[in-house]
Design a protein around this ligand. Sequence first.
Ligand code: NAP
Ligand code: GDD
Length: 336
Amino acid sequence: MTASIPIPAASKRALITGITGQDGSYLAELLLSKGYQVHGLIRRASTFNTGRIDHLYQDPHDPDAKLFLHYGDLTDSSRLVTLIEKIHPDEVYHLAAQSHVRVSFDEPEFTGNTTGVGTTRLLEAIRMVGVDCRFYQASSSEMFGATPPPQNEDTPFYPRSPYGAAKVYGYWIARNYREGHGLYAVNGILFNHESPRRGETFVTRKIARAAARIALGLDKDVYLGNLDAVRDWGYAPEYVEGMWRMLQADEPTDYVLATGTAYTVRDFAQFCFDHVNLDWQQYVKFDESYLRPTEVDALIGDATKAESLLAWKPRTLALQLSHVMVDAELNRARKA
Ligand code: NAP
Ligand code: GDD
């Protein structure tokens, strides 16, 4: 932690909220590789929550250190003001959120407070301090909800979860600071993106992990909910590259990142189990507790705008992604 350590001068400083999450960890790697000084907001927890970024750790006393971590929380506005004042970032990547859709039905108020109003707290901190920075808002395809695919930047929102509703609020508040206060603020409307660093309760990681562990004789089966949901799954490291590109453009605007391909949860299960030569139907069981009160049936994105304005293109599609994830789980399980 860097409570009393003065921050050295640097060519470019970035603040990442949610640096301990899947995307935050890949983005930190990317920005460090580009020579940025990277500051991450982390929450105090009773157990370590920095597993995804431990390999990036640098001693903050080292004069060449480029990564600095700061305790803070999206519900603590005075802390956000203090940090913005101290760091004076050139770019802010706002990734922190209660990001689990199913959990948002259990904790709708908390999700609104962090995922929604947390965005306003951070934007207000930037406005109050008066720092001239660029702001990335982690918007989501979940905002499209019940609006049928294909979905792009002009598609109307119809959120189907407290999480989706909170993200719609975050989207509009970011646009409001762009249009009302002249902030360079961008909404990245990202479709599902996955990796071996995905949280274990999201469906791709859950399936990949189960397939690997069942193949190794460590587990017997896996319980899932709706297998019919259609998602557009991409690879997280490619999506964080898109986030960075959005903040390098001349003008701020909003972009969809997606692969444009569509698979069901059932397809993904088949890909994963096929990869370890097992028949998924023998191992995937149904548990209604994983169903959601309202489901998002189909998300399929159209990323034409990002492709033409940012020269961004996804390379890894669902089948290859499933193999990357299952192989990572096989390695993890063997090491453990
Ligand atoms: P993730 O792995 O769940 O990471 C969420 C991050 O937010 C973690 O670092 C978490 O800290 C932090 N966080 C949660 N509540 C916080 C609070 N109150 N104060 C400070 N930090 C808090 O999410 P992700 O998959 O990397 O996604 C990054 C962002 O993109 C999220 O906003 C998500 O909603 C959005 N998004 C994700 C996808 C996707 O497919 N992955 C698609 C569209 C949009 P802890 O580690 O301490 O829990
Ligand atoms: N998590 C989970 N667990 N989902 C399941 C399960 C299960 O056991 N069984 C079926 N599903 C279905 C869900 O009902 C959903 O339709 C689909 O699998 C994907 O679920 P998640 O992996 O939890 O992702 P998500 O699409 O709800 O939300 C993710 O993507 C959003 C972008 O569209 C999250 O990363 C959000 O933060 C993100 O904004």
